[in-house]
Design a protein around this ligand. Structure first.
Ligand code: C5P
Length: 219
């Protein structure tokens, strides 16, 4: 029998506070993360999910660590990354945060200039071990496969699931996504329009093949 994999994953958006009552964030629902966690657990793996604020329910058998900001997400993942066989970075980490967080509520005014700075690129900075598989996700409005290829290399990922954001709501929530799967060996597989649960299954097949060194046979 195959050893269960220890899968550490992130899901959902992060919130970067502006003042005590406001934040910047994105439309991520956490649904993709929930599907991945459910699929991994169904295959007998051990799953820890570090997740931002989401409404989607996560499977009861997953260990869940709730966070809010990108920096908290990074801390929670860093503490656990070394023990993971697989790191799945499905969170839509806010790429920017306000440089300053006001301690009192900002009052209405005609114009407000915000200064933002980049959040840490968590996946690139996590401690790794040699046999660990690191999987990223990318969301692009244009040149999806080409941009995804650059990210796979820049972030030293083993796999990357790239999705097209069409401006009309996709790929957020429960709708199907238009996706590509990229591997570190240069393979790009067009998945076309695919449900998130099916995408989770395709991804887990690939991860298991890499971890166990063989193609998974149909269940
Ligand atoms: O936002 P970007 O397209 O760079 O995201 C690609 C991958 O990098 C995703 O897996 C995302 O979770 C991860 N990421 C991260 N830290 C950030 C931004 C993105 O780990 N600050």
């Amino acid at each position: 029998m195959r050893r269960p994999l220890r899968i550490l994953m992130s899901a959902g958006p992060t919130r970067e506070p502006l003042d005590p009552v406001r934040f910047i964030s994105n439309y991520s629902s956490g649904y993709m993360g929930a599907q991945l966690a459910a699929e991994a657990l169904a295959r007998g793996h051990r799953v820890t999910v570090v997740c931002g604020p989401i409404g989607e329910p996560l499977p009861a058998a997953a260990r869940v660590v709730r966070v809010e900001q990108a920096e908290e997400m990074e801390r929670a993942l860093r503490q656990r990354a070394k023990r993971a066989d697989v790191v799945l970075m499905a969170a839509a980490v806010s790429d920017f945060r306000p440089t300053r967080r006001a301690t009192v509520k900002l009052q209405r005014r005609n114009r407000l200039r915000l200064e933002l700075k980049a959040t840490p690129d968590i996946i690139s900075r996590l401690p790794r071990h040699p046999r660990q598989i690191v999987v990223g996700f990318a969301l692009e409005t244009d040149r999806v496969a080409a941009r995804a290829k650059q990210k796979l290399q820049a972030k030293r990922l083993d796999l990357l699931l790239a999705q097209h954001a069409n401006g009309g709501g996709a790929p957020f929530g429960r709708r199907p996504v238009h996706a590509w799967l990229l591997s570190r060996d240069g393979t790009v597989t067009r998945l076309g329009s695919i449900s998130k649960s099916r995408a989770a299954s395709v991804l887990l097949d690939k991860i298991e093949a890499l971890c166990y060194g063989q193609r998974r046979t149909a269940r």
